[in-house]
Design a protein around this ligand. Structure first.
Ligand code: SF4
Length: 371
């Protein structure tokens, strides 16, 4: 398959791994920011090819994982209302709130629908003027332009029965929060290629300079990731801390300007809670005052719902690269994809789900019955 097979070429990946082994002289810890990269690393065993001096830790770039429990509870409260059609991407439906998830609401008769685009929700609002249609607008900079487009379109159409429950988060402030934490052990970053396809990478040089960390914009296939690690380690070994672009086939320095303009028209930067991490200043997007009429939390009065996380879940430490999923005492026992305690076990991009799927120790075979 063109543009996929080339980047999954085992010989090319191993060649980079050998070059990396020849290059490295001391221990380095690198964080891949995006959950998509985490899954590729674990699925293809990229980390198992690395010299033992290089440690990968997994970052907070899984939008489902970092959406706060309070927002999930707000979604559940809205979706439970009889006159509401609640629309969401599929991953969000299984994320546990304080007591239940959106699938439970659907099972109890709520009108919860999985959509593939926020514009599907706008179309539903046009088709059902007697119902309130709400779209769950979560994600990083990658999904924000399409969600902004849906809100702008709803306003152009004069829709009074469409709104969005917004929980957008931004990558650079999260990277800065990790770097400024006393427990930080990250010495270099693989930045998320798809976020940079939208936003470019002009936001990163001040971060690289301030914290003296190399940042390599990196793609999602095994060869991308191995090359990104090589570029990052090369900088570390040479004492450089620059921003480089491994994912040049998709990412330009300035990013996608029209998409950025659309985001800026509809959203403004706000402080945002991150699940398991807490509030990070200027790390999210909220609707601008001109678009407040489309704010579902205000429309349905669910702004102030307090919520609690499972005390067992250490996903906040996992998302900051401080712990690995397999170091969680509940991993694979009390917490599984069927019964997740935290969002990192739910999402297809969650680090705990990746470890469960690809790295769980095989169960010992059951003893054969005696003859
Ligand atoms: S294994 Fe489960 S309980 Fe442990 S950190 Fe991951 S999501 Fe939380």
């Amino acid at each position: 398959m063109r543009f996929i097979d080339e980047y999954r070429d085992a010989a090319a990946v191993q060649q980079f791994a050998r070059a990396l082994t020849a290059l490295v002289t001391r221990p380095w810890t690198i964080m891949e920011v995006c959950g998509g990269q985490t899954h590729a690393i674990i699925k293809f065993g990229v980390d198992e090819l690395l010299p033992r001096e290089v440690t990968l830790v997994h970052g907070p770039g899984c939008p489902v994982c970092v959406t706060p429990v309070e927002i999930i509870d707000q979604a559940i409260a809205i979706a439970s209302l009889p006159h509401v059609i609640f629309c969401s991407f599929g991953d969000m439906l299984r994320v546990p709130g304080t007591q239940k998830d959106l699938f439970s609401v659907k099972a109890a008769g709520g009108d919860v629908r999985m959509v593939y685009s926020p514009l599907d929700a706008v179309n539903l609002a046009r088709a059902h003027p007697e119902r309130q249609v709400v779209f769950f607008a979560v994600g990083f900079e990658t999904t924000a332009p399409a969600n902004a487009m849906a809100v702008a379109r709803a306003r152009r159409l004069g829709l009074k029965n469409f709104s969005v429950l917004v929980s957008h988060v931004l990558v650079p402030p999260a990277m800065e929060a990790i770097l400024s934490s006393p427990s930080n052990r990250v010495q270099g970053f693989l930045a998320a290629g798809h976020v940079c396809a939208v936003m470019g990478y002009h936001e990163y040089p001040p971060l690289a300079a301030k914290y003296r960390v190399p940042i390599v914009v990196t793609g999602f296939e095994p060869l991308d990731i191995m090359q990104g690690i090589f570029m990052c380690v090369k900088q570390l070994e040479e004492g450089r801390h620059e921003v480089e672009n491994q994912y040049a086939r998709s990412v330009r320095y300035e990013g996608n300007r029209p998409a950025q303009q659309l985001m800026q028209e509809v959203f403004e930067v706000v402080p945002r809670q991150w699940r398991g991490i807490g509030e990070i200043p200027r790390s999210g997007l909220g609707l601008r005052a001109e678009y407040q009429e489309f704010d579902a939390a205000r429309r349905f009065g669910v702004t102030y719902l307090a919520a609690a996380e499972s005390p067992e879940c250490i996903s906040g430490l996992v998302l900051q690269g401080v712990r690995k999923p397999s170091e969680c005492p509940a991993f694979g026992t009390r917490c599984t994809p069927e019964h997740p305690l935290g969002a990192t076990m739910v999402s297809s991009e969650g680090a705990c789900a990746a470890y469960y799927r690809y790295r769980r120790p095989a169960r010992p075979a059951a003893p054969s019955p005696s003859p």
